[in-house]
Design a protein around this ligand. Structure first.
Ligand code: IMP
Ligand code: MG
Length: 171
């Protein structure tokens, strides 16, 4: 069994989600909004965020994986669930769990631009800036964290620990 050390507790996450929701609400005032949840990692974050955004919005889901053993991404990106081809007039807000190297997001943004949305922005709960290899513009960040492998609140280690209500570091 891995050892877990709490890095961000449940209340701190919920307070941050509320703050992000209010910022998003203000920035998208008078505009349509489509939240794009990236399965599976950002499900918990997307659901909590959506509940706190006090405006009409749409939810979309994409599934993308970078197959790799354990804690290392393989670098090979696999798009398992896509959005419809035409996203004209939609203001897409990608909701991600964590940005590590930025490979997944840079691929995803390029891919989504081909669907001609009105706008694309990016919201991530966690960011590991030290690890960045690909230039990705992030519009909303919950927490910047050090280069540690973390689990909980959607994030997994070999598919386990997604249901923890807090973020923990795996020892
Ligand atoms: P990137 O393409 O290198 O930015 O990797 C992003 C993906 O790697 C995330 O969506 C996660 O699925 C996974 N990942 C990166 N760091 C962690 C971590 O600390 N815990 C769990 N998954 C992680
Ligand atoms: Mg992920």
């Amino acid at each position: 069994m891995e050892e877990l050390k709490v890095l961000i507790d449940e209340q701190t996450i919920q307070d941050k989600v509320y703050d992000l929701a209010k910022k998003i609400e203000k920035d998208y005032e008078g505009k349509d909004l489509t939240l794009v949840c990236i399965l599976k990692g950002s499900t918990f974050f997307t659901v909590d965020l959506a509940k706190r955004i006090d405006k009409k919005l749409k939810l979309q889901f994409m599934k993308i994986s970078s197959y790799g053993a354990e804690k290392i991404s393989s670098g090979k990106i696999n798009l398992e669930l896509d959005l419809p081809d035409n996203m004209e007039n939609e203001n897409l807000l990608i909701v991600e769990d964590i940005i590590d190297t930025g490979r997944t997001l840079s691929y995803l943004i390029k891919h989504l631009k081909e669907k001609s949305p009105a706008s694309i922005k990016l919201c991530t709960l966690l960011d590991k800036p030290e690890r960045r290899e690909y230039d990705v513009k992030v519009d909303y960040v919950g927490f910047e964290i050090p280069d540690k492998f973390v689990v909980g609140y959607g994030l997994d280690y070999n598919e386990i620990y997604r249901n923890l209500p807090y973020i923990a570091e795996v020892g």
